[in-house]
Design a protein around this ligand. Structure first.
Ligand code: PXP
Length: 265
């Protein structure tokens, strides 16, 4: 064989490896850890313990693929200053979620995270408990998404597991949808096949439309494996409450490993 033949064989193998690596990355589900609960704990005492920045960096080093924050106007957990401080130090994907008020939009455009997730929560709401009515809010969402798309920030819209809401989110110009999994978590212990059914349908609609897919709310070690087994093409799960509660018993590092096992990692 000539040197030239060896070179061609080498290039051929490199191409095959690249194709497999790409397939693997595209079918891999990421875990984004929501650190709002850490901020809630800190705010309870007014000091800086636990340190939100340090916990976020530790989550990354324990295997989290991203960090999520949900700043609210009353700053009852994550503060504007946390968002600004986190951006330059995080090494993984940064996702900022929230209601797109003027202040929220300005903050996201200033910080330029990897992803912004639009959530329709009101001021007094304890936690997000419903997805957008994307049909009714099509004009508003289109305008807001346009701003983020122009800034090169990946966009995601929080929706219920309803194909029509996914369809209108796509019409509004989002890159991804995040399925609100609260109802799945509630119904899972009663009838898991029934609980997952609308989510498979909505996830298929998202895939058909070429949208990326995220999911979040009340996902836990008890219900995450089944969710992932049924929708293995999901790009990201965003988890806060249960993960931080589990960390009280298992420790943060072990907990993150356990959650990653649930998503096949
Ligand atoms: N996704 C969204 C849009 C949320 O608002 C929240 C809660 O802040 C989560 C995911 C995470 O939910 P949980 O804390 O129940 O894991």
């Amino acid at each position: 064989m000539q040197n030239w033949d060896f070179f061609l064989i080498y290039v051929h193998y490199q191409t095959i490896i690249c194709i497999f690596a790409n397939i693997l990355i595209k079918t891999m589900t990421n875990l984004s850890v929501n650190v709002n609960k850490i901020a809630t704990l800190r705010n309870a005492r007014g000091g800086n313990i636990p340190n939100v920045l340090k916990v976020a960096l530790d989550c990354e080093s324990f295997g989290a693929d991203g960090i999520t924050v949900h700043p609210r106007p009353d700053e009852r957990h994550i503060r504007r200053s946390d968002v600004l401080d986190l951006r330059p130090v995080l090494k993984t994907e940064f996702n900022i979620e929230g209601n797109p008020t003027r202040d929220f939009i300005d903050l996201v455009l200033e910080v330029k995270p990897h992803q912004v997730t639009l959530v329709p929560d009101s001021l007094v709401q304890l936690t997000s408990n419903v997805g957008w009515d994307t049909k009714k809010n099509l004009k508003f969402l289109t305008e807001v998404l346009d701003k983020f798309n122009h800034a090169g920030i990946r966009t995601s819209v929080f929706v219920d597991a309803n194909p029509e809401m996914v369809e209108y989110a796509s019409k509004a110009g989002t890159d991804r949808v995040e399925l609100y999994t609260g109802p799945y978590a509630k119904d899972y212990p009663i009838n898991k096949e029934k609980a997952i059914a609308p989510f498979i349908e909505a996830a298929r609609e998202a895939r058909k439309l070429g949208l990326g897919l995220n999911a979040g709310h009340d996902l836990s070690l008890a219900n995450l494996t089944y969710f992932h087994e049924n929708i293995p093409w999901i790009d990201e799960v965003s988890i806060g409450h249960s993960l931080i509660c589990d960390a009280l018993y298992l420790g943060l590092e072990q907990t993150i490993h356990e959650y990653k096992k649930c998503i096949g990692r």
